[in-house]
Design a protein around this ligand. Sequence first.
Ligand SMILES: [Zn+2]
Length: 338
Amino acid sequence: MAISTTQIQSIIDLKLLDIKTRREGGDGRSNASIAEEVLGSRTAESTVRRVYKGYKDNGNYRGVGGSGSVGSLPNKFSHTPKVLFFDIETAPNKMHGWSLWNANFGLNQIVNEWFILSYSAKWLGSDEVFYEDMEGIVDTEDDTHLLDSLWKLIDEADVVIGQNSKAFDTKKLNARWIMNGYQPPSPYKQVDTLDIAKRKFAFTSRKLEWMTDKLCENKKLTHGKFAGFELWKECLLDNPEAWLEMKEYNMMDVVSLEELYLKLAAWDNKHVNFNLYTEENKHICRCGSHRVVEAGYAYTGVSKFQQYRCLDCGTTTRGRVNLFSKEKRKSLHMNVAG
Ligand SMILES: [Zn+2]
C-alpha cells in the first residue's frame, strides 16, 4: 500500500514513543494497533514494521527518541586524557538445535540474533558509574538507546580500557553500530587488561574474577541468586530481580576493572602515552599521577636517557634526549645488521 510522508513520520513517532514507554515501565503497544491508528487497518502491521526498520537501517535516528543519559563527561581540557573503562553484556543468539553435544548451527537455524543487553562504564578517576540495560523492552530486542549512549561515550574517549575488550566488546559494538547505520566513533587507543596479563604474567587464570580476587580490594562479584546462564535467561524473561543482579554485577565489574588496570598498568611496557592527549607540558603518568621523580637511566642500543619513576604506581618512563656527549657518541660502536 502507498503511504504518505506524514504517515511514515507518525509511525516512527509512535514506535519511538512505544519504546520510551516500555523503557519507563509502561504498557507497550502492538504494531497492529499503530497500523490501525495511522493506516486505518490492523492488518497493515507489516507496513509498520517495514517503515520502522527502514528508518533504523537508514541510520538517521541516532539521538532521537531520548537515549539514556551518559552523565557528565570530564572537561575536555582538564589535565588527564579521557580514559573510559567499559564492559558490555550481550544477549545470546536464539537457535534451533538438534543435539546438546558437538552441535553445529547453520545460519538458517538462528531464530533471533544477539544484541546488547547492558553496559557499564566510568571515566578514570571519576566516582560516577554509568549503567543502562534493556529492562522493560528486552522483548523488542531494540538496543538503540544502549548503542547511542555507548557511541557517545566511546566517541568522547581518547583511550578505552576493558577486559578482553579488543577481541570482544569493541568488535561486538562495531557490529551492532554498522548494522544499525552508525558511522564509526572518533579513533581511540585501546588498553586491554587481558592483553597485559598475557604478555607480562603467568597467572593461574586471566579471568577478571581471578585477577581481581588476588589483586584488588574491589573484586568481581561471583555468587548471586542467579548462577551463570540463569541470570541471562531471567533477564531475557524481564525478571526485575535478575535485572537488579545484572546491574550490580555489571557496575562492580567496571569498578574492579579500573582498580585492576591501575595494578597492571605499571608493568605494561607497550602502554599508550597519555601525555599526547593533554595540552600540559608536565608529565602525567598512566595512573593519572603527576608525582614522577628521576630514577636512574635508560639505555637503548647506543643512547642514554634520563629515566623516571611514578611515586604512585611505579611506572618507569624515560626522556627522549640522548645524554651522551658528542665525543662519547662518536666512540660508540653497534652491531652490524645482516
Ligand atoms: Zn603512576
